[in-house]
Write a protein that binds this ligand. Sequence first.
Ligand SMILES: [Ca+2]
Length: 325
Amino acid sequence: MHLRSFTASLFSFILINLSNAQWNTKDFMKREHSLIKPYYGSGIDIPFWQFTGNTIVTPNHIRLTDDSQSKRGALWNSVPVSVRHWDLQVQFKVHGKGKDLFGDGFAIWYAKEPMVDGTIFGSKDYFQGLAIILDTYSNHNGPHNHQHPYISAMINNGSLHYDHDRDGTHTQLAGCEAKFRNMDYDTHLSVKYEGDVLTVSTDIENKAAWKECFQVKGVKLPTGYFVGLTATTGDLSDNHDIMSVRLFELDSPNNQIDEDRSNIVPSATFFEPPRDHIEDPKPSSLSGIKIFLLMLLGSIAVVACVVIGIMFYQKHQEKSRKRFY
Ligand SMILES: [Ca+2]
């Protein structure tokens, strides 16, 4: 073999391997589902994205709400996600003047219906899909088992209602506390959906590493839904800023051939038992009967004791009388 052709074949061999290596790379970013700065002033479209409400576009971030009352902002990807396994990474910043009182928070969506106004952090209730909720304000005045801010996941087939009064604890799959507010450095969240396993991780401690918030197995989501980010303020407020969104396509686990998921309904086999499900005190008929029966038994026992006591006393008296006479 000539040195020249040998060099050429060696070169092509390296090239083929390089391209193979590239195809095997797990982190394959989908540009049509990603949002990377710089952004341009409002009025100019962002490719692949739509926004509504009070959303403000600046070169460095997209502000879903500013730190003022009764605002709502939404940012939705206009291309449905066709990949089956993905990792959605969001760089965000939630900050404001409030030291103890702030809200309400924001939500990251993988939902059937984008751009629909509603009551769940700026999108519709009874939705179909997945919501990752970053709730900064605790609406629940009763006993809470967790602190806020709190990150939780909800899967909905369109039939479930998100209950703000209980901070969604009755419908959440899982959750974790996460102090992501008013940080000087960048804060990140990863929503990974790979082989029916949903994993939510955070990077909010400036360590440039993911820390698992929770993982739930048995989550079934269809393809063809939309990625969205929405936020609201009410009486309390915060700036809810999105710096970037990146969706990476992941290889299917074990490289198996995936079934068609385009027409399934979202479902989850595992729901967390409601942790704050402490009912407000109200009269219960069952416990009323129980209390009545217990009191009745108690009275009978007391009467019986008194009667037996009197009988003993009388017998004792009789005995002592016999002794004296
Ligand atoms: Ca809340």
